[in-house]
Design a protein around this ligand. Structure first.
Ligand SMILES: Cc1ncc(COP(=O)(O)O)c(C=O)c1O
Length: 393
């Protein structure tokens, strides 16, 4: 008899399911949140150079110093946030590993964390691994606004951490200063750590601006800021992420990291030093390209009958389909879409904890626009040409 494992309640992720469906159907895949194009050629060349130079063995566990320096300089320049490269910046295998290490370090058995659903699915998994309970507030469409009073109501003497994500996957929200201040007030009042997942910090559309949690008064000392080169330089498969936090918090993260992967891919870290040398033009063009993609897809989505607020950041759009398929469950809706119309999207209910009443009647799907103009044109053609309704009902 096969032994029971401790992860019986975690099913195959909806991302894997939808991608498998998409490839079986030969569908246009707007489900998975990674670009279907390469990041800058210079960065690829830098990785090849590093490999040829023989930089192929284990890196220092905390990350190579030139990359930690580059990240420290970028935080200083962009947000006026000071992180000591030696003691306060750590390179990890993607933001996913950073989140994992942050939660394991500070949320153990009997502890509680507060999450803001919908969220990236590694948050509940990390809490489960630590033995901590994740209590959640549930955002609702169409505004998806964070109410700090709801967060405050979840705080107990066992609460250790609040898990925040801005710009926000999957809603495309960029939390306002008021919302961030509200969360910060709860954290300061109850002496909580904030894990602030800011991986989409460079994909923000004016007039929205990204406000790092650590930049708010009294928050630098209690915030673990997590980001990643995955999104900023379009190399999600390289998994080079990082965490910046004061020394005491960094120590915990590093201890876990040492026994999780020990170190991240050496030549790819060297390549990312070159990535951080890219000037402001890179970031301007990067945002302009994403703005064009957003506009293309948003127009198609709306003309197909989805109700979609304009995303302020990230490369995701959340759209409501109630008018197209009233009463249809979101997983069924996306399965019908991929099978009958050959377009793959992600339902939003799996971004909530199982059984969350808000998720039950949500009727929302996520579209990813980190795609080439050709992919977006193919998606737009399906959305605008097909009458989505009859196949679904
Ligand atoms: C909110 C959020 N955090 C973290 C990650 C993971 O980033 P990485 O590829 O660096 O592990 C993602 C990826 O989709 C994400 O959406």
């Amino acid at each position: 008899m096969a032994p029971q494992h401790r992860w019986q309640n975690f099913q195959t992720s909806i991302f894997s399911i939808m991608s498998a469906e998409a490839s079986a159907m030969g569908a246009v895949n707007l489900a998975q949140g990674f670009p279907d194009f390469n990041g800058p050629g210079d960065i690829i060349q830098a990785a090849a150079d590093a490999m040829k130079k023989g930089l192929n063995q284990y890196a220092p566990a905390m990350g190579i110093m030139p990359l930690r320096d580059a990240i420290s300089r970028r935080y200083g320049k962009t947000y006026d946030l000071k992180y000591d490269a030696e003691r306060e910046v750590t390179i990890l295998s993607g933001a996913t590993e950073a989140i994992w290490c942050a939660v394991q370090a500070f949320c153990g058995p009997g502890d509680e964390a507060i999450g803001i659903a919908p969220f990236y699915d590694s948050y509940p998994a990390a809490c489960h691994a630590g033995g901590a309970t994740l209590n959640t507030v549930a955002l609702k469409p169409p505004h998806w606004r964070v109410d700090a009073d709801e967060i405050a109501r979840l705080v107990t003497p066992k609460t250790k951490m609040i898990l925040v994500n801005t710009p926000h996957n999957p809603t495309g929200r960029v939390l306002t200063r008021d919302e961030m201040e509200g969360i910060a007030t709860v954290a300061r009042k109850h002496d909580l750590i904030v894990m602030s997942d800011e991986v989409y910090e460079e994909i923000v559309f004016a007039p929205a601006t990204h406000i790092p949690m650590a930049s708010l008064p009294g928050m630098h000392e209690r915030t673990i800021t997590i980001s990643s080169t995955s999104k900023t330089f379009s190399f999600t498969g390289w998994k080079i992420g990082y965490a910046c936090a004061p020394e005491k918090l960094t120590e915990g993260i590093r201890r876990v990291h040492q026994f999780t992967v020990f170190c991240s891919a050496t030549p790819l870290q060297h390549a990312m030093v070159r990535a951080f040398d890219l000037g402001d033009d890179y970031y301007r063009q990067f945002r302009a390209d994403y703005l064009t993609r957003r506009e293309t897809l948003l127009a198609a989505i709306r003309s197909a009958g989805f109700v979609a607020p304009t995303p302020e950041g990230t490369y995701f759009i959340s759209g409501g389909y109630e008018k197209l398929a009233p009463g249809t469950d979101d997983i069924q809706f996306t399965l019908d879409l991929v099978r009958n119309h050959k377009i793959a999207l992600i339902p939003l209910s799996p971004f909530y904890l199982p059984g969350d009443p808000v998720a039950k009647g949500l009727r929302q799907v996520r579209f990813a626009f980190c795609k080439t103009p050709e992919t977006l044109a193919a998606a737009a053609e399906i959305l605008c040409r097909d009458n989505l309704k009859p196949a679904i009902l």
